[in-house]
Design a protein around this ligand. Structure first.
Ligand code: MRU
Length: 375
C-alpha cells in the first residue's frame, strides 16, 4: 500500500472525494475496505493488481468498476510495453487483448458497466489495429496504441462524471423534501465522481431542499455505514445510519418520504439488480405507497436481456458474513449464504433517472425510447 503522492495524469474532477487517480505508471485506487478509518491508496501497476482491486472490492460500485477496468486495459498494455518483447506481431497483440478482457471481466459478474467498458475498449483497440498494414509492429506503434487506449479510458471516465451531473440535476427536481432512504453506496466513491442516487440527494441538498438521509448500513460490507456516512459527513449533508431491518418500521411511522437507490444492471423491462436488500425495500415502499426511484447511467442498462431472471447474481465468500472487521461473530460451525445482489421487478419502481431523461413505466416501451433519444 502506498500513500497518495504521485502526480495525476489529468485531474478529471475537483471532487473532494477522490476514488482513484492515475499517473503515467499506475492507477491509485482508494482502498474502500479501510474507510472510514484510513484513507490509503493501492498502487495498481499491472493487469493482475487492477483485477484484484475490483475482485476484492478495494474499488466497488458499478460505474467505478467499469472505469477502473477501462484504465486496467491501458495499464495492461503499458505493462507489456515495458517488457523486452523482441518481435511484436498483430496476432500476439490480439491474443493479449483477449487475455486482458477475459481476466478483467472475470473479476465480478453482476455490474454490466464492467462488460460495457471492456467492450468499448476492445472496439477502440480493434479500430486502431485495423488501420495497420504490416503484421510486424515496432515500439512506436505500441506507444501510439497506448495513447489511444489512454484517451479511450479517460473518455469513459469523463462521460461518467458528465452523466452523474446530468442525473443529479434531473433527479433533484423529483425528490421530495424530508427523509430520503438510500441503500449501499452510490456516491463519488462508486462512480467517476459525484455519484448516481447519492448524487441526486447531494444536488437536491445543494439547491436548498430540506433533506435528511436515512442510510441503510448495508450488511455485510457496510457500504452505507462506512462509505455513504463518510461521504455525507464530508459534504455536511445530515443523515442517520439505520440497521437494514429498520426500513419497514420507519415507513410505517411516516418517517420515509422517498427511497432512491443505484443499480448494477437494468434489463429491458426495468428489472433492476442492485445491492442485496434493495428488493425488500422496494416491496416495503410499494406497500406504504412511498416513491421508489432508481438512478443509473445508460452504461448500466443491458438491453440484451429481456428480464432480470437472466442477470448473473454474484455470490461472495461466506466469511464476509461470518466475520466483522476481522473478528468472527458467528459460531465456528456456522455456515452463511452471501448473495451480493438481488433483482427488483420493474413493476415496483416509480421512475428510473438516467442522463438521457427520467424513464417512467411502462418500461418495456420507454426504456428503449428514452435511451435511443426518441421522442
Ligand atoms: O458490491 P458493490 O458495493 O459494488 O455494490 C454496489 C451497488 O450495489 C450500488 O448500488 C450500484 O453499483 C450503484 S453504484 C452508483
Amino acid at each position: 500500500m502506498s500513500k497518495a503522492s504521485a502526480k495525476p495524469i489529468k485531474p478529471l474532477h475537483t471532487d473532494s472525494i477522490r476514488t482513484f487517480y492515475w499517473t503515467e505508471d499506475a492507477l491509485f485506487v482508494l482502498d474502500q475496505r479501510r474507510l472510514p478509518l484510513k484513507e490509503e491508496y493501492f498502487r495498481a501497476d499491472s493487469l493482475e493488481k487492477v483485477r484484484k482491486s475490483i475482485r476484492d472490492m478495494l474499488v466497488r460500485g458499478a460505474p467505478a468498476i467499469g472505469i477502473v477496468a477501462a484504465i486496467g486495459v491501458y495499464i495492461a498494455f503499458r505493462e507489456l510495453s515495458k517488457k523486452a518483447v523482441s518481435k511484436i506481431t498483430k496476432a500476439y497483440l490480439d491474443k493479449y487483448m483477449k487475455r486482458v478482457k477475459d481476466r478483467l471481466s472475470s473479476s465480478r459478474p453482476t455490474a454490466v458497466n464492467l462488460f460495457w467498458a471492456l467492450s468499448r475498449m476492445e472496439k477502440i483497440y480493434k479500430e486502431f489495429m485495423s488501420n495497420l498494414t504490416s503484421e510486424e509492429l515496432d515500439k512506436k506503434v505500441l506507444s501510439n496504441l497506448l495513447m489511444v487506449l489512454r484517451d479511450g479510458a479517460l473518455g469513459i471516465w469523463q462521460e461518467d462524471i458528465t452523466s452523474n451531473l446530468k442525473m443529479a440535476e434531473l433527479g433533484a427536481s423529483l425528490l421530495p423534501e424530508g427523509w430520503i432512504l438510500t441503500h449501499c453506496n452510490t456516491g463519488a466513491l462508486a462512480t467517476g465522481g459525484y455519484g448516481t442516487a447519492l448524487g441526486v440527494i447531494r444536488r437536491a441538498f445543494e439547491v436548498g431542499k430540506r433533506i435528511s438521509v436515512l442510510i441503510d448500513e448495508t450488511r455485510p460490507y457496510l457500504q452505507g455505514a462506512r462509505l455513504t456516512a463518510w461521504e455525507l459527513s464530508k459534504l455536511k449533508i445530515p443523515g442517520m445510519i439505520i440497521t437494514d431491518n429498520s426500513a419497514g418500521f420507519l415507513m410505517q411511522k411516516g418517517m420515509v418520504q422517498a427511497v432512491i437507490v443505484g443499480a448494477d444492471r437494468i434489463t429491458l423491462n426495468g428489472d433492476t439488480a442492485n445491492k442485496i436488500g434493495t428488493y425488500s425495500l422496494a416491496v416495503l415502499a410499494n406497500f406504504h405507497q412511498i416513491p421508489f426511484y432508481v438512478c443509473a447511467p445508460s452504461s448500466t442498462f443491458d438491453l440484451g436481456m429481456s428480464s432480470g431472471k437472466e442477470i448473473p447474481i454474484e455470490e461472495r465468500s461466506a466469511e464476509e458474513v461470518l466475520y466483522c472487521t476481522g473478528k468472527r461473530i458467528a459460531p465456528m460451525q456456522a455456515k452463511a449464504l452471501n448473495f451480493s445482489f438481488d433483482v427488483t421487478p420493474g413493476s415496483l419502481i416509480s421512475a428510473i433517472i438516467t442522463e438521457k431523461g427520467i424513464i417512467y413505466p411502462p418500461y418495456e416501451e420507454n426504456i428503449k425510447r428514452v435511451l435511443e433519444n426518441r421522442l
